[in-house]
Ligand binder design. Structure first.
Ligand SMILES: NC(=O)c1ccc[n+]([C@@H]2O[C@H](COP(=O)([O-])OP(=O)(O)OC[C@H]3O[C@@H](n4cnc5c(N)ncnc54)[C@H](O)[C@@H]3O)[C@@H](O)[C@H]2O)c1
Length: 308
């Protein structure tokens, strides 16, 4: 199949493209390199420079595609709060433009990266796809609104659509800012022999999912996707930030107290864990244990530091 991956030069895209090529698909990446890197696009994938808000300038170069995997987005929660209009443009208008482009390019399937942020500070854990949606930041709203556009468009046009609500994704090539970057932030600090900061008492919990597992989800059942729907992609495992630091310190051979404390950040969700049952019923399970994923991520940051 010919896959068009928007935002494919970014962190998650850098895990999807190589796997898609390995599975025998043809890959075209479109990215404006605002956050992504050219070196994140593997050999064998075609790169088309372009902005999702201006597809008329690049879509004619892409040719017919079978599947659009839509990752390009504004991913920072604080940035969505300081510039909600730009967040809306990139995440909601950008998604609608990619739906229209998918139709123009003859795509049969559309798969979009959404986020656990759509659930907000919901206390009924683990969060389920059919549970309440109450974003507490514009980012959650722009992603949720984009989800609704995807399903409306899919119904109108007969497009097979899947929305993935991703938990906290981590792995090699993650940048140290943006959503879910705590593991990248810790790894970078430890690799540079700095003490990372733990906000609050570190008891806040997250559901960490390894980027390769997320890549497998995006490519799962391309031949027979099933009805348009939304899946959480998660491990359904709660890990506190303090536990996470301990695991990483062990992997990295650092002292257990090699961190600094700072006050908790206002607006931070205390606990987040996503049910994985619906994805399991679809035949998908994130299988990388946190200890293994952490070891691979630590190695990446350590190697990067020693090459710098
Ligand atoms: N990383 C996480 O933990 C996480 C969690 C939940 C959801 N997500 C979602 O997954 C997707 C990918 O996230 P990521 O972590 O790989 O982010 P990333 O910033 O590394 O990748 C996004 C890519 O989109 C590109 N891009 C941004 N604006 C663009 C535009 N106007 N036109 C073309 N390209 C543009 C950037 O250059 C970048 O390469 C996003 O939609 C994000 O909201 C990520």
């Amino acid at each position: 199949m010919h896959l068009l991956i928007t935002g494919g030069a970014g962190f998650i895209g850098s895990h999807i493209s190589p796997l898609a090529l390995e599975q025998g698909h043809r890959v075209t990446v479109v990215d404006n390199l605002s956050q992504g890197l050219r070196e994140n696009i593997p050999q064998g994938a075609r790169f088309v420079y372009g902005d999702i808000l201006r597809p008329q300038s690049w879509a004619p170069k892409v040719g017919p595609v079978d599947v659009v995997i839509h990752l390009a987005a504004q991913i920072s929660v604080p940035a969505s709060e300081s510039d909600p209009l730009e967040d809306l443009r990139l995440n909601t208008e950008g998604t609608l433009r990619m739906l229209l482009t998918a139709k123009d390019l003859g795509a049969r399937q559309f798969r979009m990266a959404s986020s656990a942020a759509v659930y907000g500070d919901e206390s009924c854990l683990p969060l389920k796809e059919d549970g309440p949606v109450r974003p507490i930041a514009f980012y959650g709203w722009s992603k949720y609104t984009a989800e609704r556009y995807v399903f409306h468009f899919a119904e109108l046009e007969g497009l097979e659509a899947i929305v993935f609500r991703l938990a906290n994704v981590y792995g090699p090539r993650q940048r140290t800012e943006g959503e879910g970057g705590v593991i990248a932030v810790f790894c970078e600090a430890l690799a540079q022999n700095r003490f990372p900061i733990i906000h609050g008492d570190g008891s806040q919990t997250r559901d960490f999912v390894y980027a390769k597992d997320v890549a497998r989800a995006f490519l799962h059942r391309l031949a027979s996707p099933g009805p348009a729907t939304v899946y959480n992609i998660s491990t359904e495992t709660r890990t506190s930030v303090r536990e996470l630091f301990s695991m990483l310190a062990r992997v990295a051979g650092k002292r257990q107290d090699a961190f600094r404390s700072a006050p908790s950040r206002p607006g931070d969700i205390h606990d987040s864990v996503l049910s994985r049952q619906k994805a399991k019923n679809w035949g998908f399970t994130a299988e990388t244990p946190l200890a293994d994923g952490l070891a691979l991520t630590w190695k990446y940051f350590l190697d990067r530091e020693s090459e710098a």
